[in-house]
Write a protein that binds this ligand. Structure first.
Ligand code: GRF
Length: 195
């Protein structure tokens, strides 16, 4: 399966996938909406082609940018798309090409702690504020609604009594890296949706 990855920032999940590509998965294209994203150096270090498609290049028109993303993926004959820290909602112009073939990784046990504002460290702060005894990561199908597509796989980690948001984030991130690789492997093996 040819894999496309959409990124905006650090790129540690991308790195996990490129370091040890899951059986049956061939990463062929990385797309970033942000020119300075560290994820772009990760792609370069692994020799995976990357393109930058900021909204500004499309006169601020998100729909035109999303159509360009879908076109670039189609052009690269991408079969399945991973959102790995992509910080924008995708619109109908994107889903014309890749509905049902796009998954996202989120750093909580969705549906808990998803949706508006639940990004980065805020997710882990919310878990601690809620007094949850465990957290984790979710890979879910991407739909036009934020963090709301059906869950495909989850990994659980404990919340420890002396955790702060940073220590919890680090534990969840390790779980994310394992989960994203394993879930892509299972998708390629045909044992999960996203086809
Ligand atoms: C991860 O925590 C992921 O779950 C969330 O954004 C973060 C991206 O991190 N969607 P990285 O860019 O993969 O390091």
């Amino acid at each position: 399966m040819r894999l496309g990855v959409l990124v905006s920032g650090r790129g540690s999940n991308l790195e996990a996938v490129l370091r040890e590509p899951p059986a049956g998965i061939e990463p062929v294209l990385v797309i970033s909406n942000r020119p300075g994203a560290r994820a772009l150096s990760v792609a370069a270090a692994h020799g995976v082609p990357a393109v930058v498609l900021p909204r500004s290049r499309f006169g601020g028109d998100a729909s035109a940018r999303d159509a360009a993303i879908a076109a670039a993926l189609i052009d690269a004959r991408v079969d399945v798309v991973l959102l790995a820290g992509y910080d924008q909602l995708l619109s109908a112009a994107y889903f014309k090409g890749y509905a049902g073939r796009t998954v996202n990784i989120h750093p909580s046990l969705l549906p808990a702690h998803g949706g508006r504002g639940m990004v980065g460290i805020e997710v882990h702060r919310a878990v601690l504020a809620a007094g949850d005894r465990e957290s984790g990561a979710t890979v879910h199908e991407v739909t036009a609604d934020l963090d709301a597509g059906p869950a495909i796989a989850q990994a659980r980690v404990p919340v420890l009594p002396d955790d702060d948001a940073a220590s919890l984030a680090a534990r969840v991130l390790e779980a994310e890296h394992r989960l994203v690789v394993e879930t892509l492997r299972r998708i390629a093996a045909g044992s999960l949706p996203a086809d």
